[in-house]
Design a protein around this ligand. Structure first.
Ligand SMILES: O=C(O)CCC(=O)C(=O)O
Length: 286
């Protein structure tokens, strides 16, 4: 039963993004906010990136200039591994219902993180396309950015360039270096065409994985924290290692595993995921 209107589905298909109010209910939002505040308090004791993730990298990242008095916790990789509340929201929320309407019925989880810009934070995210960080066998993939704080035009909102998911994939390698951003001339070309996504805490912005987007610094005295989850169609398989791996990657979050594809390197990487049919098993069904 679709929950999005035909207009909302049309808008997402045409523009590549969709804003949804109340994607997280008030009680769970409060818990997410208070857990983030606790992580922020803990960060006062740290001077550089700390903690450990699934792939042994630091889980918590702080901005240059972070100190006990002026905290600048800016990233938390896979908070779903250290918080049942974040895990619960990743698995069940209204934005995921909307993703089901757009890409369903069968969906997998890809990765999750928190991006925070504390008041006055200089953190900018240059224009990029998420798909270039995680190419897969198809691009039926949506990034959901949940607003943990109110997002305003001043506190460094996400900025998207409508319709660019239907154009091309832009190079993110420059002079032999993967910069995770498009070239300056592409940024220049689209700079004036970007649209800010702001709204109340608990809202969410859904973005097609190939949509061009970025964000500016936080120029206000209010924090801007986002919980970001990526979901993809169940028949979309990773072509390279997940850049934010967690024990939940590739978990089926809606519908079921269809056994449509069998890929031995995938089976090795995810031994716990049910196995699909082999090529000959598939063809024998015809
Ligand atoms: O935090 C933001 O404003 C942008 C997030 C984003 O685009 C990313 O982390 O890929």
């Amino acid at each position: 039963m679709p929950r999005l209107s035909a207009e909302q589905i049309d808008q997402f298909n045409k523009e590549g993004y969709l804003y949804l109010e109340n994607a997280i209910d008030a009680d769970r939002l409060k818990t997410l906010q208070s857990e983030f505040e606790q992580w922020k308090e803990q960060s006062r004791a740290e001077t550089k990136a700390y903690g450990e993730t699934y792939d042994k990298r630091p889980r918590f990242d702080v901005e240059p200039g972070h100190s006990a008095n002026q905290t600048a916790l800016r990233r938390i990789a896979s908070p779903i591994e250290i918080s049942d509340a974040y895990l619960d929201v990743m698995r069940n929320n209204l934005a995921l219902d909307a993703v089901e309407d757009l890409l369903g019925p069968n969906l997998k989880f890809n990765n999750a993180k928190i991006n925070s810009k504390q008041p006055g934070a200089a953190t900018q995210v240059k224009f990029h396309q998420d798909f270039l960080f995680e190419p897969r066998t198809n691009d039926d993939m949506i990034t959901v950015l949940f607003f943990i704080d109110d997002v305003t035009p001043e506190n460094g909102p996400l900025e998207v360039v409508p319709g660019t998911h239907r154009k091309e994939l832009y190079e993110h390698w420059h002079d032999g270096v993967y910069t995770g951003a498009v070239a300056p001339e592409i940024m220049q070309k689209y700079k004036d065409k970007s649209v800010p996504c702001f709204g109340k805490a608990g809202s969410a912005c859904l973005m097609h994985t190939t949509l061009l987007h970025g964000s500016g610094p936080n120029l206000s005295d209010k924090a801007r924290t986002l919980f970001i989850c990526e979901y993809c169609a169940e028949d979309s398989y990773p072509l390279q290692v997940n850049h934010i791996p967690s024990k939940y990657m590739e978990e089926i979050v809606r519908g079921e595993f269809t056994s449509r594809v069998r890929c031995s390197s995938y089976d090795m990487a995810f031994p716990e995921v049910p196995k699909g049919a082999s090529f000959f098993e598939q063809q024998a069904k015809m």
